[in-house]
Ligand binder design. Structure first.
Ligand SMILES: *Cc1c(COP(=O)(O)O)cnc(C)c1O
Length: 311
C-alpha cells in the first residue's frame, strides 16, 4: 500500500493510497495472478497437465498464464483473437512455451457459444479450460483476499480505516471479488474501462448471485472514454503527469482510466473532503510496451524528448 500526493488530491483534501499489485512480480503481475490462482489450484487438484485460455495479442491474462506455466512447469495453450500478430506480449508467450492458435475475429466472437470448447477439449484433453481473463466465480473469489491486503496495509499509512475502494473493471471479475471480500464494510467503485454494452453490470450481478451475495455494495462508473483500446491526448498527458509526480507507472487501458475517473469525481466535488480512498493498481504494465510510442506522440513529446520507459 502506497500513499500518493498530487495537487488535485491536496486541493480537494482527499487521501489516496494504491494497492500496488503491479509490484508483486515482474512477470506474474497484477490482478491476473489472483484470478489465476484458484484455476491453478484446481488444475493441480485434478492432475491436469496445464491450462488453456483465450485473449488478445496484448492480453495481460495470457501473459500471466504463460509466465506461470514457465515458472511452475505446466503446459499452456492460448487461443488468440484475430490474425497472427507480432507484439511484445506474443513474443513473451512464445518464449515461455505457450502453444498459440489464432482464431480470427469471427472465430473469437464465438467463444461464448455452446460447443466452443468441445474441439479444444478434444485437442488438449489434459488442459483445463479457463474463461477469458480468468473470469468466473473462482477468479472472483481469488480476488476477495485483496481486501485483507488492503486492511493489512492501513497501519503503514497511519490510517485506521478507509472510505471506499476503487478498481478498474474489464469483465468485472476483480470488482466482484472485492465486493465479496468487503461484505458491505466499504463501498467499491468500479471504473468501467469498457463501454457499457460489454455487459459488465450483468456479469458482476451474476457473480455475486453465484456467490450467494446481495447485489449491493458497489457502483459502476463509465471510464471507458468511448472504447476499450482507444487512447487520447488527455489520457496520455494525465498518465505522464501522474508518473512524473508519483513515480508510479500506469497502464493506459485500465488504471489510468480509473484514476482519470477518480480525478473527474474529485474535480466535480463528488468526493467529500477528508475522504480516504484506496485504488487497486491492477498491473498490466507489460501490455503498454506496444503503445508507449503512440502515448508519447499523443502527449506531444517529440523524438528523443519525454519519458521512454516506466519510471
Ligand atoms: C484485466 C485487467 C483489469 C480488469 O479486470 P477484470 O477482472 O476483468 O474486471 C484491470 N486492470 C488490468 C491492468 C487488467 O489487466
Amino acid at each position: 500500500m502506497q500513499p500518493v500526493a498530487t495537487d488535485w488530491l491536496a486541493r480537494a483534501g482527499v487521501g489516496l493510497a494504491l494497492l500496488r499489485l503491479d509490484l508483486i512480480d515482474p512477470q506474474l503481475s497484477g490482478n491476473k495472478w489472483f484470478k489465476l490462482a484458484p484455476h491453478l489450484a484446481r488444475a493441480a487438484a485434478e492432475g491436469a497437465e496445464g491450462l488453456i485460455s483465450l485473449g488478445g495479442a496484448h492480453s495481460n491474462h495470457l501473459h500471466a498464464l504463460a509466465a506461470a506455466g514457465q515458472r511452475f512447469g505446466f503446459a499452456t495453450a492460448g487461443l488468440l483473437r484475430g490474425t497472427p500478430q507480432d507484439t511484445p506480449t506474443v513474443r513473451d508467450l512464445q518464449a515461455w512455451g505457450m502453444t498459440l492458435h489464432w482464431l480470427g475475429y469471427a472465430g473469437y466472437r464465438a467463444r461464448h457459444q455452446a460447443g466452443f470448447w468441445a474441439p479444444w477439449r478434444d485437442a488438449y484433453p489434459g488442459l483445463l479450460p479457463v474463461a477469458e481473463g480468468g473470469g468466473g466465480l473462482s477468479g472472483a473469489l481469488g480476488c476477495a483476499v485483496l481486501v485483507e491486503q488492503v486492511r493489512a496495509g492501513l497501519p503503514s499509512l497511519g490510517w485506521d480505516d478507509y472510505d471506499a475502494l476503487w478498481v478498474a473493471a474489464g469483465t468485472g471479475t476483480t470488482l466482484a471479488g472485492l465486493v465479496m471480500g468487503e461484505e458491505g464494510r466499504h463501498p467499491v467503485q468500479g471504473a468501467l474501462a469498457v463501454p457499457a454494452d460489454h455487459g459488465v453490470a450483468g456479469q458482476v450481478r451474476a457473480l455475486l448471485q453465484a456467490a450467494g451475495r446481495p447485489d449491493t455494495g458497489y457502483r459502476l462508473l463509465d471510464a471507458s472514454r468511448g472504447g476499450f483500446a482507444r487512447l487520447d491526448a488527455d489520457l496520455a498527458r494525465f498518465l505522464f503527469a501522474w508518473e512524473a509526480k508519483t513515480g508510479i507507472a500506469l497502464d493506459p487501458l485500465y488504471t489510468t482510466k480509473a484514476l482519470l475517473a477518480l480525478h473527474g469525481e474529485v474535480a466535480a466535488g463528488r468526493v467529500a473532503r477528508g475522504s480516504r480512498l484506496v485504488l487497486v493498481h491492477t498491473g498490466g504494465l507489460q501490455g503498454r510496451r506496444a503503445s508507449l510510442d503512440r502515448l508519447r506522440a499523443l502527449a506531444g513529446y517529440t523524438q528523443g524528448d519525454g519519458p521512454r520507459e516506466a519510471p
